[in-house]
Design a protein around this ligand. Structure first.
Ligand code: SF4
Length: 329
């Protein structure tokens, strides 16, 4: 592990100055510090932002929520307004990591966590994320947990966050600040597909700090659910996951939100499936047709091909549940 400097930000302006000077923001440290220990991340300086006043969950006019960037995942999962208005978000948070990690991990850090592809930490293997241009060991190697959507010949790693999948389904907007001002990024534009440059994972500039996430009001979100399929019941990343919200009137889908995790290189909004669902009868046949439509662009490798069928079944099961029993916090 490389030696590094540590400063505690006295206020937001101080944090922005430090980030502009090259420091990496430190929230819970549950991913960044792990990667520093593995010599994958090598920052010269960390600026601790956990004492900044970014810890609130505030109600916005109109019924939305503003969530501070350093709100802990466990705090957010337990928030009364999140549980009642956006149950899919509370469920996604509780499906992630372990209780101890959720107590430490922050909202901003969760959004920026890096893939758990084992080759990222394996200095003996080629990995375009760790060493651009070196190749991708996963394509011919161990790739059962990798993505089938949004991949490139340079990287097939799955995005690891559960929370981000729920936030994407909810049309969240990320607020970022720098010494140059404030910018608002729709969550769907924060993460970059690997393309030719897998090591560039977000659209954040190096001097920008995530300060908040905003959720717009969404009546449909009250009937929402996060379903995660994994190898063991807790403390495991998703093989596939589905964040869904559904409104049905007179047997017809009148509103729907659908996002996928575990199957794509970024949190994946299932726009094609939403298009099939909207205005169609809320039936098993529609749910399966929508799921199949979303996966037409999937690219499978020998050991991750099972995800294509698994995620289609999970989409259909999640929608079926929301159409019949409804979601639950
Ligand atoms: Fe690295 Fe991505 Fe290939 Fe994994 S899939 S080895 S993270 S380039």
């Amino acid at each position: 592990m490389k030696a590094f400097g540590y400063v505690s930000a006295p206020d937001l302006a101080g944090a922005l100055e430090a980030v502009a000077a090259g420091a990496r923001p430190l929230g819970g440290g549950t991913n960044l510090v792990d990667l520093m220990r593995a010599d994958v991340e090598r920052p010269d300086t960390l600026v601790d932002i956990t004492s900044l006043p970014l810890t609130g969950v505030e109600e916005l006019a109109g019924g939305g929520l503003r969530i501070g960037a350093t709100v802990r995942n466990s705090h957010l999962a337990a928030d009364r307004l999140v549980r009642s208005r956006y149950p899919v978000l509370a469920q996604a948070l509780l499906a992630g990591a372990s209780g101890q990690l959720r107590n430490m991990a922050t909202v901003g850090g969760n959004l920026l966590q890096r893939t758990r592809c084992p080759y990222l930490r394996d200095h003996a293997a080629a990995c375009n994320k760790r060493e651009p241009g070196s190749g991708c060991a996963a394509i011919e190697g161990v790739h059962r947990g990798t993505a089938v959507l949004g991949t490139s010949e340079h990287c097939i790693a799955a995005h690891p966050s559960d929370m981000a999948v729920a936030l994407l389904a909810l049309d969240a907007v990320v607020e970022v600040q720098s010494l140059r001002g404030t910018r608002r990024i729709p969550l769907g534009e924060l993460h970059r597909a690997p393309g030719e440059a897998p090591h560039v994972e977000t659209t954040l500039a190096t001097d920008e700090l995530i300060t908040a996430v905003e959720l717009p009001p969404a009546a449909v979100a009250r009937n929402s659910w996060y379903r995660k399929v994994r190898d063991r019941a807790s403390f495991a990343f998703a093989l596939v996951s589905v964040a869904a919200a559904l409104a049905v009137r007179d047997g017809e889908v009148v509103d729907v939100r659908l996002a996928l995790g575990g199957v794509a290189t970024t949190p994946w909004r299932a726009r094609e499936a939403e298009r099939v669902l909207l205005g169609a009868p809320a039936t098993e046949e529609t749910f399966r047709r929508a799921a199949a439509a979303e996966l037409t662009s999937a690219v499978a490798r020998p050991d991750n091909a099972f995800k294509i069928e698994m995620v289609q079944r999970t989409i259909a099961a999640t929608l079926r549940r929301l159409a019949t029993e409804g979601g639950a916090a």
